[in-house]
Design a protein. Structure first.
Length: 318
């Protein structure tokens, strides 16, 4: 019978990252969890299936990690074993991790799951005391299948623009686009090889904000010759940026259909091993400038090159 157990020396950072998956205006947010030899992944699909957030926790961020398949054999990296999968309410999971408040999240936490129990068990450890929380798993849904289709759609289209910057560079910029401060339901993102190279703009009932980020603020900056602009729901865009306070670098890509992929690299708080990643994918409302379509039956000259370039930048991109 398959089962999983692991331990975190401190749950503070992981708890904060899991909170970044939560859509604030949803009462119930379901996380689809997948566990194998590489570590643990949490997937959250937006209500309209137009967003998909993924938190990747590698084995190295755990003080202990054990995972066996249904035959009782240890999971092997690169093997063909089916991962252990289940779904939980993210808010319930965070409430358990923060049972003792903000300070409690810094305690050691043990995690375990066995399919037969249908319970994801968390044990918070403090000197001389153990507190157990049972998070009951939810019925499977097809949400994750739709999110997989969305990820495939992003990969199938050439990349229109991509940037890599320190998260600190973007942190203050994004802070000025709080929905309540601007009163705008959408944010417009514009990129170009010509100045202004990277622009965020929003205009609403309260006021308007427009910020230009210079080219030299980015470690990597690739954009079309002519300006391309895409509009995103403010709530969705800001949701994708929630991990900026915790991440070290942020990689942003937009494909030809206006789909936005944001990848945050978060340093492993154990000081060694693979980094953690929080990835967010969302669809645009509008594309203000679509690329010219090739004549019927003619393939774009750079289509194969674009596909090959994308393949080398697969997630994680750092």
């Amino acid at each position: 019978m398959s089962c999983f157990s692991a331990r975190l020396d401190s749950a503070a950072l992981v708890t904060s990252l899991i909170e970044c998956l939560i859509e604030e205006k949803r009462s119930e947010v379901v996380a689809h969890i997948a566990i194998d030899a590489a570590g643990l992944e949490l997937h959250v699909v937006g209500r309209s299936k137009s967003t998909h957030a993924t938190l990747t926790l590698p084995v190295s961020c755990f003080a202990a990690f054990d995972c066996v398949d249904e035959t009782g054999a240890q999971f092997v990296r690169g093997g063909d074993q089916e991962p252990i999968t289940f779904s939980v309410d993210v808010r319930a999971l965070v409430e358990c991790l923060k049972l003792f408040g903000a300070a409690g999240a810094d305690l050691e936490v043990s995690l375990s799951y066995a399919p037969a129990t249908e319970v994801f068990k968390l044990t918070l450890e403090e000197p001389g005391a153990f507190t157990s929380c049972d998070v009951h798993v939810l019925e499977d849904s097809n949400d994750l299948e739709g999110a997989t289709d969305m990820a495939g759609a992003f990969r199938d289209a050439p990349t229109a623009a991509k940037t890599l910057a320190t998260s600190a560079t973007l942190r203050d910029v994004v802070a000025d686009f709080d929905e309540s401060a601007v009163g705008s339901s959408t944010i417009k993102v514009s990129v170009s090889r010509r100045a202004p190279h990277f622009r965020l703009a929003a205009s609403g009932s309260v006021g308007c904000v427009q910020i230009d980020v210079p080219r030299d603020a980015f470690v990597v900056f690739e954009a079309p010759e002519e300006t391309r602009s895409w509009t995103y729901q403010t709530q969705a865009f800001l949701h994708g940026m929630k991990a900026l306070p915790h991440s070290h670098e942020t990689y942003v890509r937009v494909n030809d259909h206006g789909m936005l992929l944001v990848q945050h690299m978060v340093a492993n708080d154990r000081g060694a091993g693979d980094n953690m990643y929080l990835e967010y994918l969302c669809c645009s409302d509008t594309d203000d400038h679509l690329p010219d379509a090739p004549p019927p039956g003619e393939r774009p000259a750079d289509a194969s090159q674009a596909a090959a370039t994308f393949a080398t930048m697969a997630s994680p991109a750092f």
